[in-house]
Design a binder for this molecule. Structure first.
Ligand code: F6P
Length: 342
């Protein structure tokens, strides 16, 4: 059997660990041959391939990024894209696909599976917002990087009596902010799921100065002010690739705090640093197990499924379960965490 592998969406620590595990298990235990598709769905769409075997996977376990490259190409938004993919898979002699990606990449995989393409999915995102799985790989690394940054920012907050607003990734979900905020001892955490009241935040800042040193406020890039409040956001502009540019909310909040409380404030945007570099041991462990199980799913002909961590087990769930809706921070989880803030 000839199996194609692709990685789509934002790069994420652990992608190479998945690729390595799929290939090793596939070659050694199932006798598969592999073909790498480059740059996400653009690979099968444009016939961009690379050799992929045990040799190509040597030494990649601790490497960030993806040896296959990535893109956010969506064949469903391109005229004739799906037919082109089917033709290219057939002419490359590819019998099945392993698609490693987040919401968008697996959304495409879900639709292709419905159209008869034999595909299994592996969930990836630093945002941890895919349903069906307890955790995605990449998240633990991102949280560790953000936590280390928060640890380092405490000294400036304390020494300079400055409010530090740390903007972390998370367009739709506040998992990175919540986990890193708790782990780093932040004073407040703002997430997309719970619109924030800038005035209440400023009162918190003032109280915090009276009782302790300057606060550290962690904010997800997708956090929004409450409707009807006196802080409004200019909606994100689209870049040349049609993606809404986020970023900037940390800076906006720092300016508002400074203007409203008179306390000197700085914003730190962690950005793509959170996705870079070597994966943590947890992410290597999870990514490797996802890869092993994905190869087994292909061998079993269990297509249209996604690997999922349930407790400590890796299970196969329908792809649609992972992509139907995002996994968001519930009001209860947010309220529970608030015990640590302040
Ligand atoms: O989905 C992962 C993610 O890192 C988000 O947290 C972030 O909003 C987005 O990707 C950034 O995408 P890009 O690298 O295309 O700017």
């Amino acid at each position: 059997m000839r199996v194609g592998v692709l990685t789509g969406g934002g790069d994420c620590p652990g992608l190479n660990a998945v690729i390595r595990a799929v290939v090793r298990r596939g070659v050694r235990d199932h006798g598969f041959e592999f073909l790498g598709f480059r740059d996400g769905w653009r690979g099968p769409l444009e016939g961009l391939t690379m050799e992929l075997g045990i040799e190509q996977c040597r030494g990649i376990l601790p490497r960030g990024g993806t040896i296959l490259g990535s893109s956010r190409t969506n064949p469903f938004s391109i005229d004739g894209g799906v037919e082109q993919i089917k033709d290219n898979l057939a002419s490359a002699g590819v019998d099945a696909l392993v698609a490693i990606g987040g919401e968008d990449t697996l959304g495409v995989a879900t639709k292709l599976a419905e159209l008869g393409v034999d595909v299994v999915g592996v969930p990836k995102t630093i945002d941890n917002d895919l349903s069906g799985t307890d955790f995605t790989f990449g998240f633990d690394t991102a949280v560790n990087i953000a936590t280390e940054a928060i640890d380092r920012l405490h000294t400036t907050a304390e020494s300079h009596h400055r409010v530090l607003v740390v903007e972390v990734m998370g367009r739709h979900a506040g998992w990175i902010a919540l986990h890193a905020g708790i782990a780093g001892g932040a004073s407040a955490v703002l997430i997309p799921e719970q619109p924030f009241d800038i005035e209440a935040l400023c009162r918190h800042v003032e109280t915090r100065f009276e009782t302790s040193y300057a606060p550290i406020i962690v904010v997800s890039e997708g956090a929004v002010p409450v409707e009807g409040g006196d802080m409004t956001l200019v909606s994100g502009e689209k870049d040349a690739f049609g993606h809404v540019r986020l970023g900037g909310i940390g800076d906006r909040i720092a300016s508002e705090i400074e203007a409203r409380t008179g306390k000197e404030s700085r914003a730190v945007v962690l950005g793509h640093v959170q996705r870079g570099g070597t994966p943590t041991a947890f992410d290597r462990w999870l990514a490797t197990r996802f890869g092993l199980h994905a190869a087994d799913a292909v061998a079993a002909g269990d297509f249209g499924t996604m690997m999922a961590l349930r407790g400590t087990n890796i299970e196969r769930v329908p792809l649609s379960e992972g992509t139907a809706e995002l996994k968001l921070v519930s009001p209860e989880e947010y309220a529970e965490a608030a015990v640590f803030f302040g």
